[in-house]
Design a protein around this ligand. Structure first.
Ligand code: NAD
Length: 266
């Protein structure tokens, strides 16, 4: 049995998902569409976006592709306007677009720092502002930002990334505080190592990279993953969908860590 038949809990809802051509974003798009939602799949990579959305549409799931760069405020505004004109008022926003640039904090280039902040922090600001301003008069909506367990745990080589995710985390919580009175909920999912192209880009060799990630490494102060496995994109998507759903109707300003115990629940 596919999940399509399991639940139609998001029937008629309109979702906008950024980073929709990536591992986690694509899983979120699928999870929402399988629950009956209509999803605007937004990504800067037009080729990958087409490859992600066409098979879903061919399965009969309601997904439409919108190419946009979250670092560009005009692009974001125009895209949200186009999504609402085409699909209707946005009920759910998922900020999943992200980039990872590795490097020692002391040697990071200006470009790597600026690009990381532009996508992971400012991109979340642009898209959340555009969507939530439209939700406020309707007094309804839910937003989930996909941050990272690195937002709260120092990691070697990840200073720019972790700082950008910490910024996105606090932005999302402060926004959520301001719009709670309108019934709009703003939460975060903080994944740990998840089996996507972003994670494998950190590895020199696929098999040993996977094994070291799970086992941990004392030299880099990583304890490994107590559940002894990487997350699948679907496991992250399930947490996102929960926080969007009515089952989370009294949850806001919350960061849900989904990392198999890698940050020891701290
Ligand atoms: N994979 C992991 O281990 C992991 C762990 C923690 C957090 N995350 C976070 O989860 C989210 C999804 O990551 P993923 O693993 O699926 O990565 P991914 O690289 O597979 O996907 C990221 C997507 O974001 C898109 N994107 C990048 N810049 C963009 C921009 N300026 N505008 C619009 N789209 C843009 C890319 O084209 C890509 O499709 C990211 O925010 C990432 O930081 C991932």
């Amino acid at each position: 049995m596919t999940r399509t038949t399991e639940s139609r809990a998001m029937q008629g809802k309109v979702a906008l998902v950024t980073g929709a051509a990536g591992g986690i974003g694509a899983a979120v798009v699928r999870a929402i569409a399988e629950r009956g939602g209509v999803t605007a799949a937004v990504d800067a990579n037009s080729v990958a976006l087409k490859e992600t959305t066409e098979p879903l549409a061919a399965e009969g799931l309601r997904v439409e592709a919108f190419v946009a760069d979250v670092t560009r405020p005009d692009d974001v505004e125009a895209t949200v306007t186009a999504v609402e004109a085409r699909l209707g008022p946005v009920d759910y926003l998922v900020n999943a677009a992200g980039i990872l640039r590795l490097g020692d904090a002391r040697n990071l280039s200006d470009t790597d720092w600026a690009d990381t902040m532009a996508v992971n922090a400012t991109g979340v600001f642009h898209m959340s502002r555009a969507v939530v301003n439209r939700m406020v008069p309707r007094r309804a909506g839910a937003l989930v930002t996909v941050a990272s367990n690195a937002a709260g745990t120092p990691r070697t080589q990840m200073a720019a990334y972790a700082a950008s995710k910490a910024a996105a985390t606090m932005f999302t919580k402060c926004l959520g505080l301001e719009v709670a009175e309108f019934g709009i909920r703003c939460n975060l999912v903080a994944p740990g190592s998840t089996d996507t192209p972003m994670l494998s880009s950190m590895w020199h060799d696929h098999d040993s990279g996977r094994e070291t990630t799970v086992r941990g490494s004392l030299e880099t102060y990583k304890v490994g993953i107590p559940l002894r496995k990487l997350a699948t994109p679907r496991e992250i998507a399930d947490a996102v969908v929960f926080l969007l759903s009515e089952q989370a109707s009294h949850i806001t300003l919350h960061a849900l860590t989904v990392d198999g115990g890698a940050t020891l629940g701290v």
